[in-house]
Design a protein around this ligand. Sequence first.
Ligand SMILES: *Cc1c(COP(=O)(O)O)cnc(C)c1O
Length: 388
Amino acid sequence: MPTYARKDVTFVSGDGVWLISDKQEEYLDALAGIAVCGLGHAHPDVSNAIADQAATLTHTSNIYRIGLQEELGQKLCELSGMEKVFFGNSGAEANEAAIKLARLHGHYKNISEPAIIVMENSFHGRTMATLTATGNRKAHAGFEPLVPGFVRAAYNDVESVENILQNNTNISAILVEPIQGEGGIRLPESDYLPKLKSLCEKHEILLMLDEVQTGNGRTGKWFCFQHTTIHPDVLVTAKGLGNGMPIGACLAKGHAATLFAPGSHGSTFGGNALACRASLSTLNTIEKNKLLTNATDIGSYIVKELQKKLSENTLVKEVRGKGLMIGIEMKVPCSQLVDNCLDNKLLINVTAEKVIRLLPPLIFNKANADSMIEILTKCINELSTAHA
Ligand SMILES: *Cc1c(COP(=O)(O)O)cnc(C)c1O
């Protein structure tokens, strides 16, 4: 079905930061399948792990114990400081689990119709509940009636959340991205999450972080909340977790970790042996190769270089980012840059109409960064000349 406006290019193989088209042309990948392939393409550790597991056992059922799922759950809890995990197959599915936890928490508090505070310009997925949670009217259009039980606040605005909490006694959770990805690489104030956390403690509601995009090393920490000292009650991740193998995880801590019981949630494929093996290999390789440090160093190098090289360009509003999650906000719509960069064999993305989004693999090195910056600045400057 025509749900995607696809670019007319087909990739047939990959090698690290490079993708090779069916015309045997090499493209530098500064998008990593939208923050998925953190280790780049066809990473030997992950490829070998998948091949070995495929030849051993791919799927049994959650009716039985799954050793690799237990191992991955343990590993994720160690890396995040969370306590329990539910595995699904995507970001949306992991968010669905979080939304169900919020409902259970609400009913536990004797709220008959619990609601979740969600943010403007947020993105949480395309299922009916996550679509409703998403703060983008265009994504809603045509799909009404939406799911009840969501109340919208302004992003990076603690007062807007406080106002809702003062007027509504039926709130059971806040669902928020630590950095908005689809919304335009928007970084909140550094005290935003800590302030939300204290509001959640005061009102005994759950702080649920959607780290589908920001997780798994993307911002230079395993999870973006680890740039602060707080802990969420619920943590959702997916994208980069399996380096391309579909997997999502909803992690919980404290009371939130006690809400699900046998029968209250499930997924046939969720956390099967193959997906968990790929994820374990992904996390172990990120750790072994010190890619959190690389993401931090290369990320800040890219931001500094872009700020320097684009400082005279009057169409550029701001260059910002954390780790390898980087945005260049333009003053004008700039989606044509995706095609211009594609013509120059560079893969990037534009989101929220005016924000160039860079999500290169965590293995990006300085030479890769320099090539990307050169093509990107050339294309941005050409766009500006065309605008003048
Ligand atoms: C991509 C994304 C999702 C949805 O993930 P899917 O795997 O496409 O369902 C949810 N939340 C955030 C923050 C995302 O970036």
